[in-house]
Ligand binder design. Structure first.
Ligand SMILES: Cc1cc2nc3c(=O)[nH]c(=O)nc-3n(C[C@H](O)[C@H](O)[C@H](O)COP(=O)(O)OP(=O)(O)OC[C@H]3O[C@@H](n4cnc5c(N)ncnc54)[C@H](O)[C@@H]3O)c2cc1C
Length: 385
């Protein structure tokens, strides 16, 4: 993990990403999202800004910043277009897995290229019958001399086609193991086939795919953490998912902020019964509740990031931040749409996009039903009598 970042550096980074989002992202986000078009040019600019290596240490070519800097960037990206925060999320999880569990050789092999975005990472944990039920993973990696032969079908792989490095959960004789699989970006590579691009309600413009492994071979040096990592993959991934859940919470804060700001602006412009709707008490109450939830969501997210940065186990805090912020984003996006009345329901304003993007956050990186179980288990452990 990196050391703490100077708060001024963090705020400069946030401000520069915000200016860039206003200039380059906002004017095109809704069109690209409606067309479900991958934002190639925007991603190239994100690479140039170092956004694929925010938390990767400088010795590997990253920006070497802390998780508070990371969540500030994620919030700004999501406030412009939530899909952009998804493009960095599973990439950052793959990098976190290497930083937390990778051997010296594995870190040196992949982190420098991940830091620049030359190599894009993704996480492939889920399967059609193993979403919440991660112990049910069926994808199999069978040992054959110095190699493993991988067979199985993975679902919901965000960034899967464009990624060059997949953090894959597969079953070995020792249990679930995490493999770092380098591949050529594209639909087919040596027995790895993208079999389906999954159509989505929102979160469009980046791919979420089904991937079939048909006899793909990798060296034993691709087992995360070396041979000592065999059978420990699920634990490794769940640890890195704490960063993923903090990302989801920060994303939710970004979408919620965009929705709140759109609502408070519109409420002062739109007039009914001879006055701006912002002067109707009902609307004022809505705005007050939205802002309160937004602030609470941001504070919970920052708290989880601070503890994770210190190296603490944060299943409870990351779960709380993800749970609260995602529910807040869903409520705030809905209220934003209500405050806009009929125009909120059109595709001419980004309001409908916030409304379609927000529900992903209650599902991704573990549903909120599962978050509650994680939080409760953690609390019972802490308060055991
Ligand atoms: C757009 C998108 C992108 C994604 N990207 C990725 C990715 O990049 N990599 C990846 O590995 N995965 C990814 N996922 C998968 C995601 O993590 C799973 O969809 C999620 O964990 C839920 O699993 P599931 O869909 O199988 O739902 P299920 O597990 O079938 O759950 C169905 C319902 O039952 C509830 N439920 C299940 N078990 C329990 C229980 N024990 N107690 C109470 N309620 C329960 C759930 O909360 C939910 O309401 C993505 C999903 C989506 C939609």
């Amino acid at each position: 993990m990196t050391t703490d970042t100077d708060p001024e550096v963090r705020e400069e980074l946030r401000a520069s990403v915000r200016r860039w989002v206003e200039r380059e992202v906002l004017p095109v986000a809704s069109d690209l999202e409606h067309a479900d078009e991958y934002p190639e040019a925007i991603v190239e600019q994100m690479k140039a800004m170092g956004l694929f290596g925010i938390t990767i240490p400088e010795e590997y070519g990253g920006l070497g910043l802390d998780l508070l800097a990371y969540i500030a960037v994620v919030e700004e990206l999501a406030a412009g277009w939530m899909s952009l925060s998804g493009i960095v999320n599973t990439h950052t999880i793959a990098a976190s897995l290497l930083m937390l569990q990778g051997s010296v050789e594995q870190r040196a092999r992949w982190l420098p290229r991940l830091a620049t975005g030359e190599l894009r990472g993704c996480l492939s944990l889920s399967e059609s019958d193993a979403g919440s039920d991660t112990n049910n993973i069926a994808c199999r990696a069978a040992r054959d001399g110095d190699e493993y032969v991988i067979n199985g079908t993975k679902m919901w792989v965000t960034n899967g086609e464009r990624a060059g490095l997949v953090a894959l959960a597969a079953r070995t004789d020792e249990g679930i193991t995490c493999f770092m699989i380098e591949k050529k970006p594209g639909p087919r590579f040596e027995g790895i086939n993208v079999s389906r691009n999954i159509p989505k309600l929102g979160y469009r413009g980046l791919e979420t795919v089904e991937m079939v492994y048909d006899g793909h071979r990798v060296g034993a040096d691709c087992v995360l953490g070396g041979l000592a990592g065999l059978g420990h993959g699920l634990g490794f991934i769940l640890g890195a998912l704490e960063v993923g859940r903090i990302n989801i919470a920060a994303r939710a804060v970004g979408v919620a902020r965009a929705a709140f700001e759109a609502a408070i602006k519109y409420a002062q412009e739109r007039r009914t019964m001879g006055k701006p709707i912002a002067e109707h008490q009902v609307i004022q109450h809505k705005l007050a509740d939205m802002a309160t939830k937004l602030q609470a969501a941001r504070l919970l997210t920052e708290h989880a990031a601070v503890l994770k940065q210190r190296g603490e186990r944060v299943d409870v805090e990351a779960g709380m931040a993800k749970l609260f912020a995602s529910e807040a984003a869903l409520d705030i996006a809905t209220e934003c749409l209500r405050i806009h009345g009929g125009v909120g329901y059109t595709t001419e304003l980004p309001v409908e996009r916030y409304y379609r993007d927000a529900p992903l956050m209650i599902i991704g990186e573990g549903t909120n039903e599962i978050q509650r179980l994680v939080i409760a288990r953690g609390l019972l452990r802490r308060y055991a009598v």
